[in-house]
Design a binder for this molecule. Structure first.
Ligand code: ADP
Ligand code: ADP
Length: 223
């Protein structure tokens, strides 16, 4: 079963203008259910563009994107946003947690926005935090947490609404190597337990090789 399928995806910025940048051309990628794929690319190769197209934040010029077997190409902006909120979880190098809210509240809020009842949202937030080893930090604000703890909370938030697909852009890139490895292990355990499919961009080859498959983005294609 394929959870993410990109077919013939192309993207050029400033198309038709003198400074046009062709970033992706005729790119194919599939991620199966439960599969964790490492995306390795030199800086500027189009890794963020690829993740944004896969995550329905941006659209391709040509080609198709399907998530969970549903073709998302050609949807209205509104329908695409709805599909993204339901199906995709994002993690970035920086946590992007809301500073005024506790760790737990940061995981509860997206669930409330998605129609989950308060008690169920609280329970899920606590369960997720405990599973990544920061249950004792539930009531702390992001500024009171270490970098590694902040990222663990960000992982929980990304998974709060039970997405089909996790997209991560250098999720441990901001951490020192020892912390990065521990935090990466916590993320992988959570992903494995939930059977989630993931596409994780990283420059860290050691981490990349611990995933199911490594794909390299070169000259707009996957090598
Ligand atoms: P990466 O994440 O691999 O560093 P990006 O996907 O961010 O690469 O960008 C790929 C290329 O596209 C880079 O050359 C970048 O400068 C260019 N680019 C990205 N976004 C835009 C944009 N909105 N307009 C013009 N060029 C862009
Ligand atoms: P909310 O439901 O809070 O309005 P959104 O639907 O705007 O959230 O965003 C859903 C996910 O997409 C979030 O994880 C957010 O980090 C990510 N996201 C939204 N807009 C962008 C963007 N312009 N660039 C990168 N990520 C984004």
């Amino acid at each position: 079963e394929t959870v993410l399928e990109l077919k013939g995806v192309a993207k050029t910025y400033l198309r038709g203008l003198p400074g046009e940048v062709r970033v992706l051309s005729d790119l194919d990628l599939t991620v199966a259910r439960g599969e964790v794929v490492a995306l390795v690319a030199p800086s500027g190769a189009g890794k963020s563009t690829l993740l944004h197209i896969a995550g329905l934040l941006d659209t391709a010029d040509t080609g198709t994107v399907a998530i969970g077997g549903k073709v998302m190409t050609g949807l209205s902006d509104r329908a695409r946003t709805a599909a993204r909120r339901q199906d995709v979880g994002f993690i970035y190098q920086f946590h992007h947690l809301l500073p005024e809210f506790s760790a737990e509240e940061n995981i509860v809020l997206p669930q409330l926005a998605n129609g989950v009842a308060r008690a169920a949202a609280d329970a899920r937030a606590r369960d997720l935090l405990a599973r990544v080893g920061v249950g004792h930090r539930a009531d702390h604000r992001p500024a009171e947490l270490s970098g590694g703890e902040q990222q663990r909370v960000a992982f929980c938030r990304a998974l709060a609404n039970r997405p089909k697909l996790l997209l991560a852009d250098e999720p441990t890139g901001n951490l020192d190597p020892g912390t990065a490895e521990q935090v990466f292990d916590a993320l992988m355990e959570l992903v494995r337990e939930t059977g989630l499919s993931a596409l994780i961009a990283t420059h860290n080859m050691e981490l990349a090789e611990r995933m199911d498959r490594v794909v390299r983005l070169e000259a707009g294609h996957l090598a």
